[in-house]
Design a protein around this ligand. Sequence first.
Ligand SMILES: Cc1[nH+]cc(COP(=O)(O)O)c(CN[C@@H](CCC(=O)O)C(=O)O)c1O
Length: 306
Amino acid sequence: DDMDVDTIWMDGEFVDWDDAQIHVLSHGLHYGTGVFEGARCYDTEEGPAIFRWEEHLDRLFASTKPYDMEIPFSREELSEATLELIRRQNLESCYIRPIAFFGYHALGVSPGECPTDVAIAAWPWGTYLGEEALENGIDVMVSSWRKHASSQIPTNAKTTGLYVNSLLAGEEARRNGYREAIVLNKEGNVAEGPGENIFLVRDGEIFTPGLSESILDGITRNTVITLAEERGYEVHDNVSISRGELNTADELFFTGSAAEVTPIKRVDNVTIGNGSRGPVTEELQQAFFDLVERRTDDHDDWFTYV
Ligand SMILES: Cc1[nH+]cc(COP(=O)(O)O)c(CN[C@@H](CCC(=O)O)C(=O)O)c1O
């Protein structure tokens, strides 16, 4: 069957894509008061399966906490809706975007009586940073914009409003001819990408900024740490990485649900390691894709079969 991406689940109903609309005075549009997820469903050898769906659901509900937002549906209801959404559209590998946001009632920063609206969409989404990026790596620049500190806005809550910071950094990079940005935190140490976590390899050891570095607690970050440790690597996942360490890295790579595992080959035109995908990056990238495409039966509990 050919895929027909024509349906969106909204507040308990499946609606036609073109009818999936909200009021222009919805609170979330004006004040960035939404929380969302990005998960991938992979067309595995045993059929389509969502990768680490339970962890994505955990984070979606956790992200509502700082805003006293109440999602008026249970995990089970959201899961059933998501699986049905994939089946109805005959999707196999696809990207899933759940969002919950303060809807329409009255404006003003306080959400007051605004309802919490919920929607789930799914669509095919290829490689996030470009077809050849996975193999050849990408060029990045260190953005002049810093990541907001987690003491200013909770960076461990995937909040829609945060992504203006990501847009400022990422678009600055692309305006300057780079594919993506690396964002430093207000201390000037490495935080992450606009939509990715970042890893550094040096002398065979693996480093990634700790959760106190104003980053999102990435699910792919957690996956890659697990895969690396299973392969005997020493992973330092609670460190500060200085800007200077980017230049002396043997390898750098991004991780994310959309980005998957994307090598970084140059930072501000300084070549990293061999100037292409490094050997540790390749090994972990291969392990990641073997896992998500189920060429291994490891971590079967990480898969929700459609
Ligand atoms: C700021 C940020 N940091 C790290 C990550 C990686 O987290 P995880 O997906 O749990 O491994 C993401 C995901 N970015 C999502 C949104 C991308 C978008 O352009 O929108 C994604 O990868 O789905 C971020 O947005």
